[in-house]
Write a new protein. Structure first.
Length: 220
């Protein structure tokens, strides 16, 4: 494993194609954050690949839909967007290099109480001695009850360096999962739950390993 690097392309400009920018926080370039990122990789390199467990949350706006459609050249593609002001489902999940470990949904935004329910009822029963649960520095992740719950089963907690979402392979699953949900434009939380259950049945373990490799935790 090693810290991701940025490379300058030697491809001629004429052969490059326009792409949507991937934006990162400007704070990630500060010396303090760079040192934290190095410290994170120093720690994570000591962990066996199979023991890494990555946690993260995503929000699903009810009525989300595809952003692209087919149309004749020069003709705009129109559609109607469902109106659900402020309606959101929060999804929290954990993955390993070989499987999705635990998923929970809740209406509205995730808070400290909801995160504690997820850890105690869904995540901890799936952990094992030696597991290392990697999560970001959200305040909900650092409430006093969380680490003892995880450590009680012989696992450990490792906090990711700040402004480093590209270090978390579950971000790739969120992207895939949102694309799947957009195909059906779910308008209720029950429908979101049903679609996520279907997505879990369809997940390819090879994708999980590829996402870990993309984040530099293992070779392709």
């Amino acid at each position: 494993m090693g810290q991701p690097k940025h490379y300058v392309s030697n491809i001629p400009a004429a052969k490059l194609t326009p792409q949507k920018k991937t934006l990162r926080a400007s704070q990630a370039q500060s010396e303090r954050v760079q040192l934290l990122r190095q410290e994170y990789w120093t720690q994570v390199k000591q962990v066996e690949l199979e023991d890494l467990v990555f946690i993260d949350e995503m929000g699903v706006l009810l009525g989300l839909m595809r952003t692209h459609a087919r149309a004749m050249p020069g003709v705009r593609a129109y559609d109607f967007k469902p109106f659900y002001r402020g309606s959101k489902v929060s999804v929290i999940g954990a993955i390993t290099v070989s499987k999705v470990l635990a998923v929970m949904t809740m209406d509205g935004s995730m808070d400290a109480a909801g995160f504690e329910v997820y850890v105690s009822k869904f995540l901890v029963p799936q952990l094992w001695p030696g597991a290392v649960v990697v999560m970001d520095n959200l305040p909900a992740h650092k409430v006093a009850a969380i680490a003892p719950l995880i450590e009680a089963v012989g696992a450990k907690v490792l906090y990711m360096s700040a402004y480093s979402p590209e270090f978390n392979p579950i971000e790739h699953w969120w992207s895939q999962l949102k694309a799947f949900l957009r195909q059906f434009s779910p308008t209720t939380s029950q429908r979101v739950d049903t679609l996520i259950a279907t997505a879990l049945d369809l997940i390819d373990p090879n994708h999980l390993r590829n996402w870990f490799a993309h984040c530099c935790y293992c070779p392709l």
